[in-house]
Design a protein around this ligand. Structure first.
Ligand SMILES: O=C(O)CCC(=O)C(=O)O
Ligand SMILES: [Fe+2]
Length: 321
């Protein structure tokens, strides 16, 4: 148990639907054993990734005042720039040494859900970098499609209808994030983590990481193991909402990022989450007389908001007033 599985998902993109069960079985196994795996054979091109990395380097190198024009803490929509130490994923450690850019499904200001001030709904806030907005919006759509392909494969093992997730991921609250981890300069500052130990909140996360390394995953024995960068892959992991949905058949596994020594690190997670009103209740195939439903029903938005409040001090303050 010291190496994460690597799953070739290219059969999911062939016309031969007989090829699906073998991939679905590998995914199901990885979700039960690890809650973490790599995928290769996905349709996101290397050229796309290079372009995203160029844009990320450009954006994070801007003066702080410029980045703060889209400060995430000054909007109710949870989009834009999060400065260093905005998040503290591990409450027992210093705040995270990272800066972030978040975007979601763009809903215009006259959309009924935005007018009604529904949490997590709203317009995106992009920096004024030529080509940025179209690149990011296209990548958001492509990552959403990739996530839904994986979810469709998961339905085979979960014993639910093939379009179960597709129906619930209409107008999703998925988030595409770019992260810059500045280097720590001495080995003695190991306490300072890029991202403190945490589990993800949502359903399924698809992570691109560059070549710097530093991502670690807790295995079932409680040991931290490296999840090193592997060319052409995404790291996939499940979050707490999927653990609840599946009645803990699938694991939401703790992970963290050790700040890189002497180099910058860039990563891009895509957090796939359903429509905010989706009821998160034990899937029919995940309960029986011996395994009753463990968790009360919640909704996607209710659950995510409660978890955000744990991570962001500014959100706790907003809720207190
Ligand atoms: O940057 C990474 O490699 C992981 C980030 C992460 O775990 C998160 O943002 O939830
Ligand atoms: Fe995470």
């Amino acid at each position: 148990m010291d190496q994460l599985p690597i799953i070739d998902i290219s059969p999911l993109y062939s016309n031969d639907h007989n090829a699906w069960p073998a991939v679905a079985e590998q995914i199901d196994h990885a979700c039960r054993e690890w809650g973490f795996f790599y995928i290769k054979g996905h349709p996101i091109s290397e050229q796309r990734i290079e372009s995203l990395l160029d844009h990320a380097r450009h954006f994070f190198a801007l003066p702080t005042a410029e980045k703060l024009k889209i400060d995430i803490t000054r909007t109710i929509h949870h989009r834009g720039y999060g400065a260093i130490a905005t998040e503290q994923l591990d409450p027992d450690k210093p705040s995270d040494l990272k800066e972030t850019f978040d975007m979601g499904l763009h809903l215009p200001t006259d959309h009924p859900e935005v007018l009604a001030e529904k949490p997590l709904r709203g317009p995106n806030r992009h920096p004024a970098i030529p080509g940025w907005e179209s690149l990011m919006e296209q990548h958001y759509r492509d990552m959403q499609a990739l996530a839904q392909t994986l979810l469709r494969a998961m339905t085979l093992a979960l014993g639910i209808e093939r379009n179960f997730f597709d129906k619930r991921f209409n107008e999703p609250v998925s988030v595409l994030r770019m992260i810059h981890y500045p280097p720590r300069h001495t080995a003695s500052s190991a306490e300072q983590q890029g991202a403190g130990a945490h589990t993800d909140y949502g359903c399924i996360t698809l992570l691109y990481q560059d070549t710097a390394g530093g991502l670690q995953v807790k295995n079932v024995k409680g040991q931290w193991i490296d999840a090193p960068p592997i060319d052409g892959t995404f790291v996939v992991n499940l979050g707490d909402m999927m653990a609840r949905w599946s009645n803990d058949r699938y694991r939401s596994t703790p992970h963290r990022v050790i700040s890189p020594l002497g180099v910058d690190r860039y990563s891009m997670p895509f957090f796939a989450e359903p429509h905010p009103d989706t009821r998160i209740e034990c899937l029919p195939g995940c309960q029986d007389a011996h395994h009753p439903a463990k968790y009360p029903t919640t909704t996607c938005a209710e659950f995510l908001l409660s978890r955000f409040a744990d991570t962001y001090a500014y959100r706790r303050e907003q809720e207190a007033v």
